[in-house]
Write a protein that binds this ligand. Structure first.
Ligand SMILES: Cc1cc2nc3c(=O)[nH]c(=O)nc-3n(C[C@H](O)[C@H](O)[C@H](O)COP(=O)(O)O)c2cc1C
Length: 349
């Protein structure tokens, strides 16, 4: 982990309400996947080249038509008002200043229109809700507000039992829960039940969301080659390799290990993004060399948000990108697009 991220994590631990901090940091079950995530990136080694005039390496990328200054993006995390009074509006502004993509969560706690107004390029993460009208209304709104893709999270048919902070979400103010989904509910329904995860979400929902929104739909939470294939066959425009930051199925395989088989299965047909335990530009470089098109940061962005609002978010994204630039130069690679699997090798154990 980059030292400045460690400092921000410690500051967040000191300053946040303990209920919100527990929600932020927890994993599922015995937190085995949570603890393995970072370590798994460390099991690769780089194969640098010499004398390649790779001075100021370029980090610009284009993903599904979205041009970004950096492949380091803001992953979807819920409930940003737990961490800063301006919530997701500050996160979006921070990402924009860094030239980074912002993926707003279905469970954002500030109005989507304000997030869209503050953001540069942004996508909406989608949880299918029991009352489909709620999420479908939000998706239609996102399309109107200029979201350029949807990210359908597929690993959360039900919420897992978390190791810590189990009561935190129940203690949130009601309006944080309903600020976005509430607009799309009929008055007669039980609002809190209506916006729960729908355990019946299926591959068919990919096409349905694409038709409804006119937007490309990526599927998040994929950890297997056959699943990546199935998602693409069902109409997915991209894949996000993720185990939800170790918060859903404990002992789900580390993303650093799952990424190569997913990249091989996708075979260049669609972009592949990855998240989980990425805490430096060198981690990002390994992911990009293994075939990812971009990496998402979950907790580190929230540490920045908690410590310094939008500027803190920019600091995190800029800092990880600067570390990536340095690592690219040292590896003798002039641009992220020039990385390949030949640049990494499994560490000898
Ligand atoms: C506090 C928190 C809230 C999250 N909320 C969501 C969410 O609303 N939707 C989603 O798809 N993933 C959610 N995730 C998972 C992240 O998108 C991401 O997969 C994970 O945090 C990446 O790992 P990292 O935190 O180690 O960077 C959440 C993660 C955290 C830490």
């Amino acid at each position: 982990m980059l030292p400045f991220l460690q400092d921000l994590a410690e500051q967040a631990a000191r300053e946040l309400d303990p209920r919100w901090h527990a929600y932020l940091e927890t994993g599922a079950g015995a937190e085995i996947s949570l603890h393995e995530a970072e370590q798994a990136w460390h099991t690769y080694r780089l194969r640098p080249r010499v004398l390649r005039a790779a001075g100021a390496a370029s980090t610009a990328v284009e993903i599904l038509g979205t041009r970004l200054e950096t492949p380091v993006a803001v992953g979807p995390t819920a409930y940003h008002r737990m961490f800063h009074e301006q919530g997701e509006v500050a996160t979006a502004a921070g990402a924009r200043a860094a030239g980074a993509l912002m993926i707003a969560s279905t469970r954002a706690t500030t109005p989507l229109a304000s997030i869209a107004a503050a953001a540069g390029p942004w996508w909406l993460q989608v949880y299918l809700t029991r009352e489909r009208a709620a999420i479908e209304g939000l998706v239609a709104e996102a399309a109107e507000l200029g979201a350029s893709a949807l990210v359908l999270t597929g690993d959360t048919p039900v919420l897992s039992t978390r190791a810590r902070g189990r009561d935190s979400v129940a203690q949130m103010p009601l309006d944080w829960h309903q600020v976005n989904l509430g607009r799309h509910l009929r008055p007669e329904v039980d609002a809190m039940r209506a916006i729960e995860q729908d355990p019946a979400a299926s591959l068919e929902d990919i096409e349905r969301l694409a038709e409804l929104s006119g937007l490309p739909v990526l599927v998040k939470g994929v950890l297997r080659a056959d699943d990546a294939d199935a998602c693409l066959a069902a109409g997915a425009a991209g894949i996000v390799v993720s185990n939800h930051g170790g918060r859903q199925l404990d002992r789900a395989v580390a993303t650093a290990y799952a990424l190569p088989e997913v990249v091989a299965a996708v075979g260049g047909r669609a972009p592949v993004l990855v998240d989980g335990g990425i805490r430096s530009g060198v981690d990002a470089l390994v992911a990009l060399a293994l075939g990812a098109d971009a990496v998402l940061l979950g907790r580190p962005v929230v540490w920045g948000l908690a410590a310094g609002g939008s500027e803190g978010v920019t600091t995190v994204l800029d800092g990880v990108t600067a570390d990536l630039v340095e690592a690219l130069s040292l590896a003798g690679v002039a641009a992220v697009g020039a990385l390949s699997a030949a640049d990494v090798i499994a560490a000898r154990r």
